[in-house]
Design a protein around this ligand. Structure first.
Ligand SMILES: Nc1nc2c(ncn2[C@@H]2O[C@H](COP(=O)(O)OP(=O)(O)OP(=O)(O)O)[C@@H](O)[C@H]2O)c(=O)[nH]1
Ligand SMILES: [Mg+2]
Length: 425
């Protein structure tokens, strides 16, 4: 099996809690506040790595958790930040969230994209000094790290895709024109992962990348077998070379094969068929192939250019490569969905409505909203002073007025996340 699809769960590190502490020094009976801030939690990044070719690592390990920030300490010492985590993926990996929105498109070696942000460290009591309170007994909890499900999909990055029925000779062809050494065998579905190679048809000039794709069968577009996964790899190739088996001995019908594969491409994605396609009529070294070539020429007419080759002996291969090279020069770029800009990924909390109130059952109200939930998460509920501060902030946010307007009565229960409060005037 090959691994070009994976679903993983990631959790960035929580921020460390802030500390409540006071200076204790000899001869200083009432030292000032000295609680340090908690450290920031480790973030999780995706990183492009040119030496990886599959997503197999993500099959065996699906949960990733970055380190938590250290708690703040006394003497104003800050907690250490949690270590960031880098998940290496092969080039061509598209990262999506659970809803299918693209988060990142990894195309370059060393490219780094933030996928889950570590939580901010909670502030220590030193930070809560005000004119009215010079010795505050409150500190914040660390903010939780972001938690997500990610879908990783690998789509090979190649200029040219070799498509065709199983056993048509695609791997043989790529092994002849590039340094790639795929497995070649006389049975269908020998190739299960795409192989990439670079061909240099003109010495001294730039080459192009060819992908040897797994063979397609009828029904591939509807997901039969591994069809969808195979086809995904063809999505990014600008030119397609359709390899047909012309030999008599293999008993295939090249005309029918040609139609079946193109129908699959059409069903998978309409715009596939708009891409330039060249036909490589393969195995021309075998007996009976010449007659079949004549039939093919008649059938295709001038719809597609046909290049008779033998991937085995190399005959006709250079002509094919030159034609591919020239086609690439004028082939249009692939139109793809663009990954979001970096800053779109940062959760903007401030601009949202601060909360929504709903009555869950008579006398029980639930308040939701990022800002208010954040406030509750950051508050150390065991600490009287911290609770007071939270309540003041909640009043400032207008929750009390809003609750009253909704008809909340004294004695009712108000829930925020898993915390329940009894409402009192
Ligand atoms: N005589 C002859 N045999 C060939 C030629 N090209 C490939 N073959 C043979 O055809 C068989 C299949 O070749 P592969 O290159 O593995 O075919 P493929 O298209 O990659 O097949 P899958 O990976 O299964 O989709 C092998 O036994 C090859 O040696 C050719 O030009 N002439
Ligand atoms: Mg193969």
């Amino acid at each position: 099996m090959f691994h070009d699809y994976s679903k993983i769960m990631i959790k960035a590190g929580d921020g460390g809690n802030g500390m409540v502490a006071f200076r204790r020094e000899k001869y200083v009976p009432m030292g000032g506040p000295a609680g340090g801030d908690g450290g920031r939690g480790g973030s999780i990044y995706m990183r492009g790595c040119a030496t990886l070719h599959t997503l197999i690592d993500f099959k065996y390990r699906r949960h990733y958790k970055a380190e938590r920030g250290e708690n703040g300490m006394s003497k104003n010492c800050f907690g250490a930040a949690g270590e960031d985590m880098y998940l290496d993926v092969p080039l061509g990996t598209v990262v999506r969230d659970e809803k299918g929105n693209m988060i990142a498109d990894i195309t370059c070696d060393g490219q780094v994209v933030l996928v889950a942000k570590g939580g901010r460290g909670g502030r220590g009591n030193t930070r809560f000094v005000t004119r009215a309170d010079s010795a505050p007994h409150i500190a914040e909890n660390g903010e939780p790290g972001e938690e997500k499900t990610l879908i990783l999909e690998l789509k090979v990055l190649a200029d040219v895709g070799l498509i065709g029925m199983p056993n048509a000779g695609k791997s043989t062809l790529i092994s002849r024109v590039t340094a790639a050494q795929p497995k070649i065998a006389n049975y269908p579905f020998t190739t299960l992962t795409p192989n990439l190679g670079v061909a240099y048809p003109i010495p001294g000039e730039d080459g192009f990348v060819i992908a040897d794709l797994p063979g397609l069968i009828e029904g591939a577009s509807s997901g039969i077998g591994l069809g969808h996964r195979f086809l995904r790899h063809a999505e990014r190739t600008r030119v397609m070379v359709h390899v047909l088996d012309m030999s008599e001995y293999s008993d295939r019908d090249p005309l029918k094969d040609f139609e079946i594969i193109n129908e699959e491409l059409r069903l998978y994605k309409q715009n596939f068929m708009a891409r330039p396609q060249l036909i490589a009529a393969n195995k021309m070294d075998t007996e009976g192939s010449a007659e079949r070539l004549e039939q093919l020429r008649e059938y295709i007419g001038d719809r597609y250019p046909i290049y008779p080759i033998s991937a085995l002996t190399g005959e006709g291969v250079q002509e094919l490569l030159m034609a591919v090279y020239n086609t690439l020069l004028t082939a249009p770029p692939i139109e793809e969905e663009a990954p979001p800009q970096e800053d779109v990924r940062v959760t903007v909390v401030r601009d949202e409505a601060p909360f929504v109130i709903e009555e869950e059952e008579p006398g029980v109200w639930r308040v939701t909203g990022k800002r208010i939930e954040n406030l509750v998460q950051l508050t150390n509920l065991d600490n009287e002073d911290a609770l007071m501060r939270m309540q003041r902030t909640i009043v400032q946010m207008g929750l009390e007025d809003a609750l009253r307007a909704k008809g909340v009565e004294p004695g009712d229960t108000v829930c925020i996340l898993d915390v329940e409060f009894e409402y009192a005037e």
